[in-house]
Design a protein. Structure first.
Length: 164
């Protein structure tokens, strides 16, 4: 017998090698297909459960609904802030003895203002036999009528320009 390979031997070795390579490629393809099926099964619904894609779509809709709600809430907050700026929120009282001989500081000036310094000053002057009460309109911290020093102090306190 001769040790030289014949053409038939070379073809057999090449065929075996190609078969082994084909087997390895087939096993690799099978493993990859198994992974793809597993990943695909995650995207599909099992029984009554929604699929991953359905769940993502539902969550996306919920996020959009929340964004719309947030936009509406911002509008409401803007309107509330505008209303609040016009509300009487700044109040101050200055008590004093209008006549100096009465004692007890029964007279007072009460400033009721909004954020813009608009509102009114209510003043009550207490005397021996009577008490008079009146008010003056205030616009931007001032008045068309002359304010008394006590009324000016009440407005300044209400606006935060002075500390009591």
């Amino acid at each position: 017998m001769s040790l030289e390979p014949t053409a038939l031997d070379v073809l057999a070795i090449a065929g075996t090698t190609l078969g082994a390579l084909a087997l390895i490629l087939a096993m690799a393809a099978h493993l990859r297909l198994r992974r793809l099926r597993r990943d695909y099964s995650l995207l599909q619904a099992d029984g009554d459960a929604p699929s991953f894609l359905q769940a993502v779509a539902r969550k996306t809709e919920e996020v959009e609904a929340l964004r719309d709600d947030l936009s509406r809430q911002r509008q409401v907050i803007g309107r509330v802030q505008a209303d609040l700026a016009d509300a009487i929120r700044h109040v101050a009282v200055v008590r004093y003895d209008a006549f100096g001989d009465m004692g007890g500081r029964y007279s007072f000036s009460l400033a009721l203002l909004d954020d813009g310094g608009d509102g009114l000053v209510l003043t009550s002057i207490h005397g021996r036999s009577e008490t008079r009460t009146y008010f003056k309109g205030v616009r931007e911290g001032g008045s068309d009528e002359e304010l008394s020093p006590e009324e000016k102090r009440a407005v300044a306190f209400a606006r935060g320009e002075e500390q009591p």
